[in-house]
Write a protein that binds this ligand. Structure first.
Ligand SMILES: Cc1ncc(COP(=O)(O)O)c(C=O)c1O
Length: 907
């Protein structure tokens, strides 16, 4: 069958309030409520015709939801037609209240209120009596077998309605579809935003010969891969391609028993509700167990029986202590060698996050990163790494004995922050290394995706082009902040795992082989070697499918964006060579860094975080995304707030050459398809849920705004600050209530500032302007990576022996401290200065110096201008720690940086 490209079906236009049917529906019900009130007060023909119009529009959207359902809406109409305004008022108020309080759950009978609710979507026209029979059977089964799960059925007739229902009704957990049904709805939805979105989605269907049920299954899978899809067919399908088997969890033939369908649907949802380790831990906590292990806190005896720390026990409650156990003694699984519930939990996580393997880590992504470095890198290997990466990478490299080649991300001078590393820079560094004959030593590329400030890479494009130059390169995407990215299609394509899968499938396809052959013949007999660097940088490269290996790792702080306890982290692996080349070193690295007493509560929370995302990840991330867009609109649209504060936009954080789609701002952006084009094509995009608030027009730098306005006046905690920004995250835990509280606070603060400035004396006004100018236009230039000193440098490409410098720094006779002014004078005299330490100012939080790095005048100037209290690795009282000239000479005379020869098998 044809391969449909359904990547365009992300529904981005429906993510904004204006176009969202979910939003539209609430809005319509509120308007009906108001209309009925007006009618009761003062009946008129105009009011009646307005109400009738609202009813018609409600019919259009309500078909996607189970509650109130067609019958209740008909009841409303009956009261209206009968002119019974009292009844009408009562019913409408009741419906609107229930809807806003509990959504579709309002459909549940009172006896079922404690059960977990979901919606089953039926797609395709059935003869009315057939549908009624199926419905009745399913409802009867539901009634005769009451359980922990109940569902309602929504039936739609077409591809368009089915897709819209799954996009908008987040209670849908399973879809049963007929084999064939029309593309378009009989009565199409009239909202222009929705129509445009649907038109874009169904355009490829017209040219495709694929069965419509498979096309819908593909589109729904793209939207919400976790959903269970079932096919209900009249005839036995001749599924020679085996595609139905991969798209559907199960195929039902016409007259198979409804009982079977009902049980299968429930089983599918239950499979996602399962949290094997958490369930096992709960069971353990309920068992009467005497404890003579070295864990006095287990069961809480040493706490609850204490006269001094019983309040500690009361604060956390019984369960925490009942669930404390040792993996060896408690009969629970072991994180270090999982064979039972942890193993199963990790397998479920791999399925959920689209990885081939997933490993739980209980010491944060700081440790996850070190594990991956140690697993993949051998002493002397070269690692390409963004200098702004989290410090765990730099320490990991020192431990592993790797030679980093530091990469510079593009600078955002106005905000004193860095963006991402451009693809051209990455390609150029690989070409330089190739020219120096060092390519075989290059093992790994490390990038942060998303960056702290919300810059998102295009991992598929990056990996594809770099594998064309170096087919054996491995990739580590630090997704500490991006675990939620998986759950919205728009974002998913930008995650390491989704990109790895897409690339693997592409390289294995026949179509790609043909494409590659055409590309290769276009290069001429010498391939890339026959082209200049410039030519290589300018064209899109394709990797050789025979040689390229897709070897991708992603580390995620589950605790930063999902519902896990602090330090809960995951390593996701899509490595085609894992079993053969990496499994053993990975296990050793995991042993090296993992506590032999891993915290069970953290492991359980990782299991539960996965479960939650498989059931409501789409709903939650979509909500966070929508809230962030709404917040951006409100700040920009508020005349008072926007005088002093703004949220930085795509065009302010991503220079134009990286935005080929032309998409430049989220605020009031309504062009259908623009956002999707940007996410599909642009080199970088901005994650809208990371709200970088620009503060200088308030006269506060980021740090002051955080501490004096946000924390002190509004009681709000934020993520981080730069010199003139504060970063706020719209996570899955954020509510509109919290955001509007913040908006109100901003408004009050802006009004106060307005008054203060109006009443300010000339002198005060001048002081304020000077402060604004200092934090808008007089920022210190961001220093680039200056290079390693020759004593620690390998080839001319400049990879450094970080480890040698790191350990030399502990020899007292090798180190001296210089105050900044003295350092500047020494540098001016011509003596090179070399840092012994990682020097990391907060903010901005990236290492301006690493061990072995040359201190440059720009770095000293930056340090002088930097007005921050916290600079890790630098003591103001002592000065900058540098190597003595004698120590550098000693190192150079021993030339210790020559790499060890590597066994060929490693590459
Ligand atoms: C990009 C990045 N990677 C890794 C980490 C470390 O993660 P964790 O706090 O889970 O150890 C952080 C922490 O802020 C980070 O920002």
């Amino acid at each position: 069958m044809d391969k449909l490209d359904l990547r365009q079906g992300g529904g981005a236009a429906l993510l904004s309030d204006a176009a969202s049917p979910a939003h539209l529906r609430i809005d319509l019900w509120n308007r009906v409520r108001e209309g009925v009130e007006e009618l009761a007060r003062k009946p008129s023909d105009d009011r009646r015709s307005e109400l009738e119009n609202l009813f018609r529009r409600l019919d259009e959207v309500e078909r996607l939801w189970a509650y109130p359902g067609a019958e209740r809406i008909e009841q409303v109409r009956r009261h209206y037609r009968a002119g019974d305004v009292t009844q009408l008022r009562e019913v409408v108020n009741d419906l609107a209240d229930r809807l806003s309080q509990s959504g579709d759950r309002a459909a549940l009978a009172d006896g079922a209120k404690g059960a977990r609710y979901f919606t089953l979507l039926l797609v395709g026209t059935m003869a009315p009596e057939q549908l009624r029979a199926l419905r009745r059977n399913l409802y009867d089964l539901r009634a005769t077998r009451p359980g922990d799960l109940v569902y309602e059925i929504v039936q739609v007739a077409s591809f368009e309605e089915a897709w819209l229902a799954v996009m908008c009704n987040v209670d849908i957990q399973a879809v049963v579809m007929r084999q064939s049904f029309p593309i378009g709805a009989e009565t199409p939805l009239s909202s222009p935003g929705i129509r445009a979105e649907l038109a874009k989605l169904v355009a490829p269907l017209a040219q495709s010969s694929a069965p419509i049920c498979e096309a819908l299954a593909g589109a729904l899978h793209h939207l919400r891969p976790e959903l269970d899809l079932y096919l209900l067919t009249d005839e036995s399908l001749t599924d020679e391609s085996g595609r139905a088997a991969t798209l559907f969890s199960r195929v039902f033939y016409r007259f198979e028993s409804p009982h079977e369908l009902h049980m299968t649907v429930l089983d599918g949802v239950r499979a996602r509700m399962k949290a094997p380790f958490f369930d096992a831990l709960r069971e353990y906590a309920d068992r009467p167990i005497g404890n003579f292990h070295a864990l006095p806190i287990a069961r809480g005896h040493s706490v609850f029986n204490s006269r001094w720390i019983d309040d500690f026990g009361r604060f956390y409650g019984d369960n925490l202590f009942m669930a404390e156990s040792s993996s060896t003694a408690g009969g629970l699984d072991s994180l270090l060698e999982p064979t039972g519930s942890i193993r199963e939990a990790q397998q479920l996580a791999a399925r959920c996050f689209g990885a081939r393997r997933t490993f739980f880590v209980t010491n944060g992504t700081s440790t996850a990163n070190k594990i991956v470095h140690m697993a993949l890198v051998r002493p002397g290997d070269i690692v390409l790494i963004d200098r702004n990466c989290h410090k765990s990478h730099h320490y990991g490299l020192a431990l592993a004995g790797a030679r980093p080649v530091y990469l510079d991300a593009y600078p955002l001078q106005r905000y004193a922050i860095f963006g991402g590393v451009p693809l051209a820079t990455l390609k150029q560094r690989l070409l330089d290394l190739k020219r120096e004959g060092q390519l075989a030593r290059v093992r790994l590329l490390v990038l942060t995706n998303v960056t702290f400030d919300g810059i998102v890479y295009h991992p598929e494009r990056v990996m594809e082009e770099l594998l064309a130059i170096h087919p054996r390169l491995c990739f580590l995407w630090d997704e500490a902040w991006f675990a939620y990215g998986r759950f919205l299609p728009l974002m998913r394509q930008r995650t390491g795992m989704a990109a790895a899968r897409a690339l693997s499938e592409k390289l294995a396809s026949r179509a790609y082989r043909d494409e590659y052959q055409a590309f290769r013949s276009g290069l001429g007999p010498d391939g890339l070697d026959g082209l200049s660097d410039r030519e290589i940088l300018q064209q899109r490269l394709l990797p050789d499918p025979e040689r390229a290996r897709v070897r991708v790792y992603a580390t995620q702080s589950t605790h930063k964006s999902l519902s896990a306890f602090r330090q809960g982290s995951m390593i996701h692996v899509w490595d085609e060579r894992f079993e053969r080349d990496a499994a053993e070193p990975f296990t050793e690295a995991f042993f090296a860094h993992t506590s032999t007493s891993p915290n069970h509560q953290i492991v359980a929370s990782l299991d539960v975080a996965r479960k939650q995302m498989e059931l409501e990840g789409f709903a939650m991330v979509k909500e966070a995304f929508q809230l962030a867009l709404r917040m951006r609109d409100r700040i920009a649209g508020d005349p008072l707030i926007s005088k002093y504060l703004s949220v930085l936009e795509q065009d302010q954080l991503i220079p134009e050459p990286f935005r080929r789609s032309g998409f430049d701002r989220y605020v009031h952006s309504r062009e259908v398809g623009a956002l999707e084009r940007a996410f599909a094509e642009d080199e970088f995009v901005l994650d809208p849920t990371r709200l970088t608030i620009y503060t200088p027009l308030t006269g506060n730098n980021g740090f002051e705004f955080r501490s004096q306005v946000l924390m002190k006046a509004l009681g709000v905690q934020v993520n981080h600050t730069s010199i003139n920004t504060v970063l706020m995250n719209a996570t899955i835990g954020v509510t509109w209530g919290a955001l509007s509280f913040l908006l109100d606070g901003f408004r009050r603060y802006a009004a106060g500032l307005d008054r203060r400035l109006e009443q300010a004396t000339v002198e005060e006004g001048r002081l304020f302007e000077a402060k604004v100018s200092a934090i808008t236009t007089e920022l210190p230039p961001l220093p680039e990576f200056s290079g390693f000193h020759p004593a620690f440098r390998g080839s001319p490409v400049g990879e450094g022996d970080l480890r040698a410098a790191f350990f030399l720094a502990f020899r007292e006779d090798a180190v001296e401290h210089l105050p900044l002014a003295r350092a500047e004078a020494v540098l001016a005299s011509g003596r090179p200065l070399v840092s012994t330490r990682f020097v990391v100012p907060y903010p901005p939080g990236f290492p301006i110096l690493v061990p072995g790095q040359l201190v440059s005048p720009q770095i000293l100037a930056f340090m002088r201008k930097l007005d921050v209290k916290e600079v890790h690795g630098y003591r103001r009282d002592l000065g900058l720690a540098v190597f003595t000239a004698a120590a550098l000479e000693r190192v150079q005379s021993r030339a210790p940086t020559a790499p060890e020869p590597q066994p060929a098998a490693l590459h």
